[in-house]
Design a protein around this ligand. Sequence first.
Ligand SMILES: [Zn+2]
Length: 242
Amino acid sequence: MNLQLQYLINLQKFDLRIFQIQDQLRKAPELLKSAEAPLHDVLTRLQALKNTGESLVKQRRSAERELATQEDQLQKIRNRLSELKTNKEYQAHLFEIELARKKKDSIEENVLETMERVEQNEQAVKELEEQAKEAQQNFDAEKARIETQLATLANELADLEQQQKTLAEMVEKPLLARYNRLKIMRKGYAVAQLRDGACGGCQLQLPPQLVAEVKRGNELMDCSYCHRILYMAHHLEAETTE
Ligand SMILES: [Zn+2]
């Protein structure tokens, strides 16, 4: 067994896991944002509903003021009864009262209608506040879960980076440089397992002579096509018996 090859196989395992963790850590803000989305949605709807509520209360107050004015008006008209002299004036006065009363009724109806809408809105706000409370609890729990997960990953990463560094120092310098170049070119997969005569990286069939060389394991061999450093299953078996 070529010890250097063994190092590279393990180094690749570390590097892949490091890359995976770094990727997860990078995506963390996105993950938190999407966990917060339902809460954000409820709060936005709640704010809109509260704004509607404020404007309805203003409408109600304005209608109430209008009603008070109209009631005064009606009273003033009624008070003029004593000033009336002729039957004609009296008839006109009755008509005027009738008109003023109708107007007052209509304003009163508007007040009641607005009051009802205010109440309905308050009820809807209450329901949405309950939903917001639940959404907040869900988000808090999810956030705590994500943060615990991230802390675990960060610990694992620190540990892996240390191990990776130690292992990389054991690899011969030119070989490590070759590995690092391939790692960049092949998205982390610089080392590939040779299976049934094919490279596990590019899946192409390799010449039998090359396969035999890899099997002997005296020298580190490249795939003829993708240039990944090749190993075979027995290199892995050696690792597990260590
Ligand atoms: Zn290949």
